[in-house]
Design a protein around this ligand. Sequence first.
Ligand code: NAD
Length: 514
Amino acid sequence: MSPLTDGLLSTLAARVCSSTSDTYTTVEVFTGGPLATLPESSVADVHTAYERVGRAQRVWAALPLDDRLAVFHRFHKLLLRERETMADLLQAETGKARRDAFEELSEPALVTSYYLRSARRLLRPRKRAGLVPGAVAVRELRQPKGVVGIISPWNYPFALSFGDLVPALVAGNGVVLKPDSQTALSPLFGAELLYRAGLPVDLLAVVLGDGPGVGGAIVDTCDYIGFTGSSRTGALIAAQAGARLVGCSLELGGKNPLIVLDDADIAATARSAVRGCFANAGQLCLSLERVYVPEGLFDRFAATFVDEVELLRQGAGYGYEVDVGSLSSQRALKTVSEHVDDARAKGATVLVGGRPRPDLGPFFYEPTVLTGVTPEMSCFMDETFGPVVSLYSYSSVDDAVALANDTAFGLNASVYGRDVVRAGAVAARLRVGSANVNDGYASAFGSTDAPMGGMGASGLGRRHGAEGLLRYTEVQAVAVKRVEMLNPPRWVPYRVFSKSMAATLRVMKALRLR
Ligand code: NAD
């Protein structure tokens, strides 16, 4: 069924850094059949990759920024030209609908064009005020970290690798990338496009293998770690990186709330919220799993929302006619089924959905809406990471804000209301890294000039915006002393000198010089 050719698959397999003869076979998610056979990397391969990338990085970092950026101009063009192949790969290895695949590949395109526009401004040396005006000149420089390790999950394998890896390379780093083993084809194709665009082949190494082994070796060797995945693994990586005193950014899970305000346009809200809840079959860290509705509007909203869910077209297929694709694996199907079965057994009501769909493919699960969900049910506060959303009623806006904030996570949120100033003020009260007014997630995520990330158990650091690039740099102050000020001449006792220095400090403060 997969439209991928053997030629393409073997070109991609040849790009993996591996010295072993071990291989494994990935699954075409729509059918459960074999998709591609790929080499496995060893811990030793990670060490070799680190050395090789490090050598290439020193040359790359010395290039003028414009020469580096030229590669990404070409990459952007190639990516959009090859978008159908990228979408085929993404669909085959994740089972997502084609519109989700297109949305996914748009993110690295947006990130690339954003840093093409902003990198010169963000990375240029800045003058800083010296110790004494005229006597010391200081510049703040941005040096690359060196070799950045990127570890990414299976749900958005291309976007969550390349959206992070492009700024790392732009900043002058090399990269060792470990995507999830099942979803390595789209990142390998992305690497292929970068090489075609002129990126030195040794500057980006892709390794494949199990999380703790090969992923752990990356955390043990690289100079900075960009990780996207579960909060559980994120905590392990933070501890491991902390023990080596290397920095890391962590983009982790969520249990994201949506608040419908009492002035919301119910029909428009329901239509838009369906996308926020069921894009990528709910396997999106930003996906909305909890919806809070004013008591007086609850029944009307629930009915309208269910109508919208029933319009969703679910299925396997490499065309754009499908709205919701498959879950990505048996493991994901098991978690989703368990959450819904647990909720049903403990008294929740299934308004729509609530069943696997083996007739569509081995891992399909229907878009599902629940009510009557209570704290003893696992879907109440645990991330389901699937097409399951719970509707709750609230009595006042304060109540809605408290309910929305009652979680260890803090990734994304959404507030719907006609009065956008009021809705924006409610959004600002939510403890989340990104909040969208009258949208589910795409407005904040697509606005690459603004930082994205999580509070609390949802992560550390931010992607996108200035921080998305600057996290891959070490800031360095270079100070040039022009006049001797701190060492008094031998014939001046230090007690006298300290008095005159104190007077100077007073004068500089009074004149607002320092
Ligand atoms: P995961 O943590 O199991 O795995 C993520 C990656 O880490 C994989 O490549 C895996 O092989 C690797 N890994 C696993 N254990 C490791 C270890 N000990 N050391 C180093 N690497 C290790 O997560 P997952 O199940 O693949 O992804 C789903 C999770 O990711 C969800 O919780 C989702 O919310 C989260 N996520 C967050 C964002 C975000 O931007 N905040 C985006 C997408 C997904």
